[in-house]
Write a protein that binds this ligand. Sequence first.
Ligand SMILES: NC(=O)c1ccc[n+]([C@@H]2O[C@H](COP(=O)([O-])OP(=O)(O)OC[C@H]3O[C@@H](n4cnc5c(N)ncnc54)[C@H](OP(=O)(O)O)[C@@H]3O)[C@@H](O)[C@H]2O)c1
Length: 302
Amino acid sequence: MSVRTALITGASGSLGHQICRQLHRHAETVIVHASTPASARAARVRLIRTGWEPGRIHAVSADFRRLSEVARLAADIRRHHPTLDLLVNGAGAITAPGFTPDGIDTTFQVNYVAPYALTRLLAPALNAVSGRVVTLTSAAHRDARLNPDRPGTDLRRPAEAFKQAHLALVMFSRTLARCSQRRITAVAVHPGVIHTGSFATVHGAGGLPAADGSAHVMHAVGLSGAHAHGSYFEGLLPGPLSAQAADDNAGLRLWQATAALIGWDYTGCRLPGWRPTDRADAPAAAGMAEGAARRPGPHGRP
Ligand SMILES: NC(=O)c1ccc[n+]([C@@H]2O[C@H](COP(=O)([O-])OP(=O)(O)OC[C@H]3O[C@@H](n4cnc5c(N)ncnc54)[C@H](OP(=O)(O)O)[C@@H]3O)[C@@H](O)[C@H]2O)c1
């Protein structure tokens, strides 16, 4: 597997850093994302120390607690990198209870709504080269249920929001594969329980080294054929989906409801037999395979 341009979100984190290290042999240019400019710059410096040539690493930042930053990040990336071969959605965190300036549960936004928005805003660059999207999620998605028509509601604790976000990510990845009509390859992967980051907060002691987790992600990055189309992996093997994660109709409803949550009045997905429930959406549904929707919402234009 070799790619020209890869974007890794959460590249300052344990798994993100290891993934970037492993991409050294496979990617010409890697765009490393973190929540702040300082964190992204530090991630870049750490990678240069491991042997990455400075000209091959670009540092970018966006705080996923602000969708305006996600939209700005996507616009910057599309300006400098009109094509994107690989997007690894790796940023995530369990945050303090509360809501973002966008009015969404913070943990749910950082872990799901922001990656949803970023991926969709980058769809034209991904479509242009039949790119692939690998989304980090977890087996904890099976402990959650969500309302696909009202995502991000009824979240009592950040840990619950985190699990629902991971369920939403699995559903999003599967729907992305369907909506993009095979122009984008989408895989969701549970990297294993790694004793770092947010998962250490949830699970306490134990867990795999980050290098093992990143090897699982790299396996997902390298998948091809049917395995790479809307699949869900746990480690190196296809993983069991919860009933809701496997529900295609729920996935489409979630796709649409998340667009509405962000303030987009289109879904950008047109599948045979599927009718957007929001009338305003119908004329603007452009289909991600075509790579663009027509009307900008408050948080950018996919
Ligand atoms: N570790 C596990 O066992 C495990 C298992 C299953 C799935 N996962 C998933 O894998 C991903 C990486 O996990 P990890 O353990 O490597 O996490 P980590 O070490 O805590 O790193 C988290 C990354 O997300 C970024 N991030 C945090 N808050 C952000 C925000 N508000 N806006 C933008 N970026 C933000 C961090 O950037 P800063 O450094 O700038 O804050 C950092 O790069 C997460 O999505 C996690 O849910 C992990």
